[in-house]
Design a protein around this ligand. Structure first.
Ligand code: FAD
Length: 409
């Protein structure tokens, strides 16, 4: 049995885990990251790579923007369409990025591994959360691929191990699960001309949502999030069902003359899960804390944002000898006050239902009332808590704009 001691042990070396480790170690904290995938190029496959504007300040702080540009990342300006018309989701100022995970994940891992104070170990699957005599988490146990067991003792255990977190299960911290009644299918294309280029596009067909996201090297990700009722159709002939999903959409790309460079990737089970982001001696970041409906492309951005919040709360307490549990409680409050509203809104819409009355007003107003388009753009940008974006005066102005349009028409 090999043993190690660290200030923090992070389980999962993907977006949330590597960002947390880098930002903590820069404050003088010793961090061990354990990642079960053995290869440095490991990356998540099922993702559509949209990084919302709310995450851009974290990327800048990590010092990755130049590498993003060098890797060909596409600024993710996006046009939205519904039957009420077109509108731009783009906000003046901050923009987000589209960069495929095959580039993003290794980039974050290299950054963490090169940061003094971070010990990144791959090929280790964590299968135990260790507790001290008082029952407080004090490290993790893991197994190497050759069967050797490893223990890492630490003052704080961080679960950054994604949707279906092993750390949460091992520590007995169940999540609150809200069902998602949509299924998702996606595929990658080269040489696909987008009429909205350089902007990406989201079609709110109501209730189905499809998109074409322009990524690095001109690769386009086409995706459809359909109500679960269409599952038999996809099971019978996935390719045909996927193509049909884009029929009749305005500015539909010419799919048949583009080159498909991936299989059709389907995801049928995407429940919305949320758990307390911190407890004494234990914290969760990224999907391990909150996995929201992928339709909205928020998980990577939230992984970066939550990593920053945890590092900012915990770093000073660890480096300067402050109260760890108060720091963890502060992180938990920030996580909740920022993300709960967004999560509940996305979870509720994942029922696969049609637009409700408020959404009809918003989508009616957005094409003809720039402040409403800005409201939708800010909501999708996730740079602020939802209650600060959807304020009663802004919603009232949106309703007035929609009603003006309807009465004029
Ligand atoms: C269809 C689909 C489309 C999506 N599109 C987008 C999008 O466009 N934009 C967006 O922002 N988000 C999107 N997401 C969500 C996004 O992929 C996740 O939110 C994001 O990957 C979360 O990052 P993370 O670091 O928290 O977890 P993950 O990326 O899931 O990483 C968890 C890591 O933990 C490791 N691990 C797990 N268990 C253990 C263990 N026991 N021991 C050691 N290591 C372990 C794993 O190997 C993995 O490397 C999409 C998701 C789906 C399903």
């Amino acid at each position: 049995m090999a043993d190690a001691v660290s200030d923090v042990v992070v389980v999962g070396g993907s977006i949330a885990g590597c960002s947390t480790a880098t930002l903590l170690a820069r404050q003088g904290v010793r961090v061990t990251v354990l990642e079960k995938a053995p290869g440095p190029e490991h990356h998540k496959v099922v993702c559509s790579h949209f990084l919302q504007p709310g995450a851009s300040p974290v990327l800048r702080r990590l010092g990755l923007e130049e590498q993003f540009v060098a890797a060909g990342a596409a600024p993710n300006r996006t046009q939205g369409w519904s039957r009420y018309g077109w509108f731009s989701l783009h906000q003046e100022g901050e923009h987000g990025w589209n960069l495929r995970r095959e580039k993003l994940d290794p980039m974050l891992r290299r950054l963490a591994a090169a940061t003094p104070g971070v010990a990144l170990q791959q090929g280790l699957t964590v299968d135990a959360v260790l507790r001290d005599d008082a029952g407080r988490p004090c490290g993790v146990g893991a197994r190497r691929r050759d069967g050797e067991r490893v223990e890492v003792r630490a003052r704080v255990v961080v679960g950054a191990d994604g949707r279906g977190s092993d750390v949460a299960r091992l520590a007995g911290v169940p999540g609150r699960v809200l069902p998602n009644r949509r299924i998702g299918y996606m595929a990658y294309y080269e040489n696909m001309a987008l009429a909205t280029a350089p902007d990406s596009v989201v079609w709110f067909r109501d209730p189905e949502v499809s998109y074409a996201f322009l990524n690095d090297e001109g690769v386009v990700v086409l995706a459809v999030f359909a109500a679960a009722e269409r599952l038999p159709e996809f099971k019978a002939d996935g390719e045909a069902a996927f193509l049909t999903s884009f029929d009749g959409l305005p500015n539909r790309p010419d799919i048949m003359s583009a080159r498909r460079i991936s299989p059709l990737i389907g995801r049928l089970d995407m429940p919305n899960v949320r758990r307390p982001a911190a407890l004494p001696g234990l914290a969760f970041v990224g999907d391990a804390a909150q996995a929201s409906d992928p339709l909205w492309g928020v998980g990577c951005g939230f992984a970066l944002q939550t990593a920053e919040w945890l590092a900012d709360a915990l770093g000073p307490a660890l480096a300067q000898g402050g109260d760890l549990d108060r720091a963890l409680a502060r992180y938990r409050r920030r996580h909740r006050s920022f993300l709960l509203g967004h999560h509940l809104m996305m979870s509720e819409y994942s029922s696969g239902r049609r637009f409700n009355g408020l959404e009809k007003l918003i989508f009616t107003a957005a094409p003809r009332h720039p402040p409403t388009a800005a409201l939708v753009g800010e909501m999708a940008g996730r740079a602020r808590p939802l209650h600060r974006v959807m304020t009663p005066p802004r919603v009232a102005r949106t309703a007035a704009a929609a009603i003006r349009h309807r009465t004029a028409g």
